[in-house]
Design a protein. Sequence first.
Length: 85
Amino acid sequence: MFFTYILRSQLNRKYYIGYSDDLRRRLKEHNKGIVKSTRPYLPWKIIYFEAYSTEDEARHREDNLKLRANAWNQLKRRIRKSLNT
């Protein structure tokens, strides 16, 4: 399985979108400061993920969320609604 995931910084509530074949390992890497782009905003929490059977599907979804503002904004609204309930 491959996962497209969204992290939220507990420091300043910034979001990060990525994909991985191992969510637990990847979250540990983010929180240990191994990932340069997320290091300044530690700690991180996984707030959403989707599972895919292939790496290409997970990478495509990550790209879609990063490049298409409408897709990202719709998903953010769903996430915020679920976090507030």
